[in-house]
Write a protein that binds this ligand. Structure first.
Ligand SMILES: Nc1nc2c(ncn2[C@@H]2O[C@H](COP(=O)(O)OP(=O)(O)O)[C@@H](O)[C@H]2O)c(=O)[nH]1
Ligand SMILES: [Mg+2]
Length: 471
């Protein structure tokens, strides 16, 4: 339990119907009582009730606002402490004044994520649920919110909990079999341990395999649009966003830096990157060259590359460059060829180019998707977005069983796998049980760190500091 009482605005500060000021800690009720005036007094109210009254500045007697106040008593609250929520009017000035009075009455300003940190420390949720709370708030698309909600409901925690129980079971059996005081000594061989570890390791591997889907859903699919200057990259970005975000002109080299924007497509978040046109030669000045280098760096990091071709431009040159791009960046990254300006070239030219490109790339054992589009009129853009969505589709059944969504989770699962894998190999080789025990405990420790059952305070502080104030 903490001895300070904290407060913050839980809603975003702006002009709205109401703002909520949240107070949590052992002094929450007393602090509220110093400025909240209601019939019978706030302290006399039952827990889990809402009371109408006035916020009055104790120093001047001036009424600051008419409010509704919720009183929630420990331990059945979000933080596990006494909690008060003041619903005041949602103006910036009035909200700040009420908050200021709460501070003057004894509350300390809450640090980012401090309410959730207290909830974690008071065992109201594990670390995975705390992360999910922030992910739900930050979700940029439906699927991301859905995954966060599954995690918040404990899907990942219970999946991990089951594996952790199985590991604890093995450790208990090793304990029993190495306990020579027991009359009925328990017969448990290193091979038995290996046999029981096998399904656990494969369960963790399966879980680790969900990270790519989880990351794409939570952070968005990273799609880089590249191609020669004037191919229509910025026009495509604008069409996908439904707004004039990037500057479009017929002057080659207009886009000099990368432009990134996220959109929700079919419930998934997709982060599109428009890049400087790829070209070489004396016309390229220093600034444009920096933009081109950035474009290559983005292509390295991409989950998917859209290579745009100007059907009215030099087709052979672009075919060669598309081949180069595919060879260099298209290894594991899916590449879509978008043959643009079909409104000018006509469908026949577009199709002939696409067929030729597919043949040429197939000769190099590369399969690509290709579509003819007009970034100007919108023709073919839905086919293109369908191809993009194929990359994010994650099976709903997979999501419902709990998936990994961030680097912290991935690293700890990897760590657990590597320890348990060593124990498995040692068991197969018939090494002594106490040797296996050390590896298995390290594996179990990594899983405890994941849920936060065993984690040092410094790591906790670091994690919560990236959360938002008021949650
Ligand atoms: N007719 C036609 N013009 C297009 C199309 N896409 C882009 N443009 C034009 O091509 C020029 C270059 O477009 P822009 O999007 O700036 O190309 P970027 O250099 O690849 O970003 C502009 O004048 C656009 O209006 C298209 O599908 N059809
Ligand atoms: Mg551009």
């Amino acid at each position: 339990m903490f001895d300070t009482t904290i407060a913050a605005v839980a809603t975003s500060l702006g002009t709205s119907g109401i703002s909520i000021i949240k107070i949590s800690g052992c002094e929450a009720f007393a602090i509220c009582d110093r400025l909240f005036v209601c019939p019978g007094g706030f302290l006399s109210k039952d827990a889990n009730t809402i009371t109408y009254g006035k916020i009055v500045d104790p120093a001047t007697g001036e009424t600051v606002d008419k409010v509704l106040v919720s009183k929630m008593a420990a331990p059945r609250t979000y933080t596990g402490e006494d909690v008060v929520e003041i619903n005041c009017h949602g103006g910036i000035v009035v909200t700040r004044r009420v908050l200021q009075l709460v501070f003057e009455a004894g509350a300390k300003p809450a640090a980012p994520g401090e309410f959730t940190k207290r909830a974690f420390i008071n065992n109201k949720m594990d670390l995975l649920e705390a992360e999910a709370t922030m992910d739900l708030i930050g979700a940029g698309a439906d699927k991301a919110a859905k995954v966060a909600m599954q995690q918040l409901e404990g899907k990942l925690s219970s999946r991990l909990g089951k594996l952790a129980d199985d590991i604890a079971d093995i450790c208990a059996k090793i304990d029993l079999s190495t306990d020579f005081d027991e009359l009925d000594s328990f017969d448990y061989s290193p091979e038995d341990v290996a046999g029981e570890l096998e399904p656990i390791v494969s369960g963790l591997r399966e879980l680790s395999g969900t990270f790519d889907s989880g990351r794409r859903i939570r952070d968005g699919l990273y799609v880089v649009i590249c191609g020669r200057p004037n191919a229509g990259k910025s026009s495509l970005l604008n069409r996908l966003l439904g707004e004039e975000r990037a500057i479009v002109t017929d002057i080659p080299g207009t886009t000099r830096d990368t432009v990134e924007e996220a959109v929700s497509l079919g419930g998934y978040m997709v982060r599109f990157v428009d890049t400087a046109g790829l070209r070489q030669g004396d016309d390229v000045d220093l600034v444009e060259q920096i933009g081109i280098d950035r474009a290559y760096a983005k292509m390295e990091a991409a989950d998917m590359i859209i290579y745009m071709v100007d059907l009215c431009g030099d087709l052979e040159l672009q075919a060669l460059e598309a081949e180069e791009t595919c060879a260099k960046y298209g290894g594991d990254t899916p590449l879509v060829l978008a043959a643009n300006k079909v409104d000018l070239s006509g469908q026949e030219t577009a199709q002939a180019f696409i067929d030729q490109m597919k043949d040429r790339l197939q000769a190099q054992d590369k399969e690509i998707s290709a579509v003819s589009i007009s970034a100007l009129s919108g023709t073919g853009v839905t086919t293109l977005t369908d191809l993009i969505l194929e990359q994010c589709q994650a099976d709903d059944e997979l999501i419902s069983r709990g998936i990994l969504v961030n680097e912290r989770q991935r690293q700890l699962v990897q760590k657990a796998i590597s320890h348990l894998d060593s124990a498995y190999a040692d068991g197969k080789a018939g090494y002594p049980l106490d040797m296996l025990y050390a590896e298995i405990s390290s594996g179990a420790m990594a899983l405890s760190e994941l849920t936060g059952r065993q984690i040092d305070m410094e790591a906790i502080d670091k994690m919560f500091s990236s959360f938002c104030v008021g949650k």
